[in-house]
Design a binder for this molecule. Structure first.
Ligand code: ATP
Length: 458
């Protein structure tokens, strides 16, 4: 069962009220499917990216990070197949002029029982006719035929011949890793198997059903490509499935909110592919993908660039193009899952309801909030906050009753509230309140840094 406390509407409202996520270009009436991260949200998202980088680059002996350019030579997208086949089947409702994805219409109509990935465009049209699938916006049944639209955003550089200068905003970060395979291998002297990872923006001209930041036209991906020898690919595919799942459990996800879903239809070059799905408020949906892409990517880039991407094994002199196990997860989609998982409404003993975000402390925007019990303790409290800020992001709040200040921190998921009171002046101790249990302990100020380090690490 999904987290019953949360709905998408509640989450959007909380995010807006607490500076987590705002609608994009809001003062101009917004811009569909774009969102801006606020002061609290940007910290949480950075922490998500940091946790991922730590796990998949820093702690992984043979993985290396890069940061490739968003704009790439257009030949990259010819080699990858994106210019010809990165498209969605779309239909327009002639009555209300809205555009929809035929596969989404079928999935929604059949309540997930029919898999449109296995259908051709003609079969999807036939299904929509036969089942009289109406427009979800206006309820009419007046569709155009299916047309395919490429999802890549185009732009151009320079001022001359437009066609020659057409370039694309990358629709995925993975190609930056493939085209740098030889650079990374040469400069790190890595031996296969090894990995290349990066985190960066990607852009897709998607029609979205508006599930907040689940599907946006601009988003961040965290992608890891593992280059290995054919024959070992099955073993590494399974290892990455396990590693990706373990990462989510370690971030605090409940196991019953996650599941593997094998792809029913594989790309012609792929040997295996699955998603990890999360039980979002709108139902089970993809959180990340794991794919065994064979030697397709490097072979295509070798062919299109004319540069050798063949690996020579120093042990036995054998030459081969490595296979790739790809693990790809959207930072924003993970952020949404983290928010959904953390959200809670708790009824307290006095009947009050507190909204609390039970983030893993490593993901929380602020590790602690320093609160003076009374305003005349502000100088000591500010001094403590300033000292802790050298090590962690720390909030300071002196406005309102202590109870109200606790509630504000609960809503943004600050794991510890540190209260400076009159005893602090004599014995140097403070009260530390735990966000989840609401229990309070007394600690010497000079032990706080070690305490927070231990509690907030990932
Ligand atoms: P979907 O089936 O949901 O469109 P996909 O299979 O096309 O996703 P991939 O191309 O495998 O997705 O991208 C890898 C990951 O990037 C996805 O698992 C998801 O976390 C994220 N992602 C993809 N498209 C978007 C988007 N439009 N907005 C936010 N995140 C996205």
């Amino acid at each position: 069962m999904a987290n019953q406390a949360v709905t998408m509407d509640k989450l959007v409202a909380l995010c807006k009220a607490r500076g987590i996520i705002f609608p994009g270009s809001e003062i101009y009436g917004g811009m569909g499917n774009t969102w801006d991260y606020g002061p609290v949200g940007v910290e949480i998202k950075n922490n998500i990216k940091r946790a991922w980088w730590k796990r998949f680059v820093q702690e992984s002996e043979n993985s290396f990070g890069i940061d490739a350019a968003i704009l790439m030579n257009s030949r990259v997208w010819e080699a990858s197949g994106h210019t010809t086949s990165f498209s969605d089947p779309k239909m327009d409702c002639k009555a209300c002029k809205t555009r929809h994805r035929a596969d989404n219409l079928i999935e929604a109509h059949s309540k997930g029982k029919v898999n449109p990935d296995l259908m051709s465009n003609a079969e999807m049209e036939a299904y929509i006719q036969e089942h009289h699938v109406c427009c979800p916006n206006c309820g009419n049944f007046d569709w155009t035929p299916i047309r395919t639209f490429n999802l890549m955003f185009e732009t151009s550089r320079g001022v001359t011949d437009e066609n020659q200068n057409r370039i694309y905003l990358r629709p995925e970060t993975a190609q930056g890793e493939f085209v740098n395979f030889a650079n990374v291998q040469r400069t790190t002297r890595a031996k296969v198997p090894f990995g290349i990872a990066q985190i960066g923006k990607a852009f897709r001209n998607e029609i979205t059903p508006g599930n907040f930041i689940f599907r946006t036209i601009e988003f961040e991906q965290m992608e890891h490509q593992w280059f290995c020898k054919e024959g070992t690919d099955g073993q590494y595919y399974n290892e990455f499935k396990e590693k990706a799942f373990r990462f989510l459990l370690d971030l605090g996800f409940k196991e019953e909110h996650l599941r593997f879903k094998d792809h029913d239809k594989l790309a012609h070059y792929a040997r295996a592919a699955c998603d990890i799905q999360y039980l979002y408020p709108m139902g089970w949906s993809e959180l990340n993908g794991i794919h065994n892409r064979t030697d397709y990517d490097l072979s295509r880039h070798q062919e299109y660039s004319g540069k050798s991407l063949t690996y020579v094994d120093p042990m036995d002199g054998s030459r081969y193009i490595p296979y790739v196990i790809e693990y790809s997860i959207g930072a924003d989609r993970l952020m949404l899952a983290v928010l959904c998982e953390a959200y809670d409404e708790e009824t307290l003993e006095n009947g009050e309801v507190r909204n609390v975000m039970h983030f893993h402390p490593a993901l929380a925007a602020y590790k602690a909030a320093v609160l003076p019990l009374q305003k005349n303790l502000a100088p000591q409290a500010k001094e403590l906050a300033a000292a802790l800020r050298k090590r962690f992001p720390v909030m300071y709040d002196e406005a309102g009753s202590i109870g109200k200040r606790y509630r504000r921190q609960d809503e943004i998921g600050t794991p510890y509230c540190i209260t400076v009171d009159f005893d602090t002046l004599t014995d140097g101790t403070v009260t530390v309140r735990d966000r989840d249990s609401m229990e309070q302990i007394r600690l010497p100020m000079d032990s706080l840094a070690a305490y927070l380090t231990e509690k907030c690490s990932f």
